[in-house]
Design a protein around this ligand. Structure first.
Ligand code: URA
Length: 254
C-alpha cells in the first residue's frame, strides 16, 4: 500500500476513535472538550527547504496542487512578475503518471494562462497523440511560471524563485515518469550543465522519479530531423509506463 494512503487511513481511524471517546466523555457531563478541534485530514507537510533539517515528528500529508497554487498566489518573488499577463502554473491530471516539463511560457501561454498552447504546444499534442495520450491524461508545466520578456533565458534569481514550486508540483503528483523538454528544463531538473543532445535518450532520476530528457518541440519546429530521436525517447517512455511496476523498476537505472 502507498505509505501516504496508509498514514491517512490510520489518521481517519484515530479521528473516528477519538471522536467516539469525546462523545462518551460529553455524555458523562464533561463539556469543555470540542469535537471540532480534531481535523478530518492531516495538515499538509511544510515544503522541504534545502539544507534545513525540518524534523519529521509531526504527522502530515503530501500537499495538493491547489495548495501549492494558493501559496504561489499573485507571485512577485522575482522580476518576471512585472511583465507577465498571467501566471502559467500547469494543466492536466493531478494524478498523472506522466509529467512533461518545459522551460517558460511564451506569448500565447502568457495570454491564455496555459502551458504549450502555441505552435510548439500543437506539436507536443501531436507527439502525445502518437503515444496514445491526450492532454488530460498527463500533467504539463514549466520550470518558470511567468513569461520572460522577449522569451529571453530565465536568470538565475528567477530560476531560484520558481524552481521550488516545480519540485513541489512533482512531489504532489508523484508521477511514474517525467519528460524534460529541452536543454533548460533538463539541466535544471538534473542539476547538470550537460547539453540536452548528450542527456536525451537515457533514463535519469529526479525527485525519486524516472526522468527522460528529450528535445524541446520548439527545437523540432526548427530542426524536424530531431523528431526521429524524440520518437525513440518516447518509445522508451511508453515502454516504462507499460511495464508492470510503471516507473518503479530498477533494472536500467543509472
Ligand atoms: N515553451 C515552453 O517551454 N513552455 C511553454 O509553455 C511554451 C513554449
Amino acid at each position: 500500500m502507498d505509505p501516504q494512503n496508509e498514514i491517512r487511513r490510520l489518521w481517519s481511524e484515530a479521528v473516528a476513535q477519538s471522536r467516539g471517546l469525546l462523545q462518551e466523555l460529553q455524555q458523562l457531563g464533561i463539556e469543555s472538550l470540542h469535537l471540532a478541534e480534531i481535523p478530518d485530514d492531516l495538515p499538509p507537510c511544510p515544503p522541504k527547504v534545502i539544507g534545513v533539517d525540518q524534523g519529521g515528528a509531526t504527522p502530515c500529508r503530501q500537499e495538493t496542487l491547489e495548495e501549492i497554487r494558493q501559496d504561489l498566489g499573485e507571485c512577485s518573488r522575482c522580476a518576471l512578475s512585472k511583465g507577465r499577463q498571467q501566471i502559467v502554473f500547469g494543466v492536466g491530471n493531478p494524478k498523472a503518471r506522466l509529467v512533461l516539463v518545459g522551460e517558460a511560457p511564451g506569448r500565447e501561454e502568457d495570454e491564455r494562462g496555459e502551458p504549450f498552447v502555441g505552435e510548439a504546444g500543437r506539436l507536443l499534442d501531436k507527439i502525445l497523440a502518437a503515444m496514445g495520450l491526450m492532454r488530460d491524461d498527463v500533467y504539463i508545466c514549466n520550470v518558470q511560471k511567468c513569461r520572460p520578456p522577449s522569451n529571453r533565458d530565465p536568470k538565475s534569481e528567477e530560476i531560484a524563485a520558481c524552481q521550488p514550486f516545480l519540485r513541489r508540483q512533482l512531489a504532489a503528483i508523484r508521477p511514474d515518469v517525467i519528460i524534460s523538454l529541452g536543454r533548460f528544463s533538463s539541466q535544471i531538473l538534473l542539476e547538470t550543465a550537460a547539453p540536452v543532445g548528450r542527456l536525451r535518450g537515457q533514463w535519469r532520476r529526479c525527485e525519486g522519479v524516472d526522468l527522460m530528457p528529450t528535445f524541446h518541440p520548439a527545437y523540432l519546429l526548427r530542426n524536424p530531423l530531431g523528431k526521429r530521436e524524440v520518437w525513440e525517447d518516447m518509445k522508451l517512455v511508453m515502454a516504462r509506463l507499460r511495464s508492470p511496476a510503471g516507473g518503479q523498476s530498477d533494472g536500467d537505472r543509472p
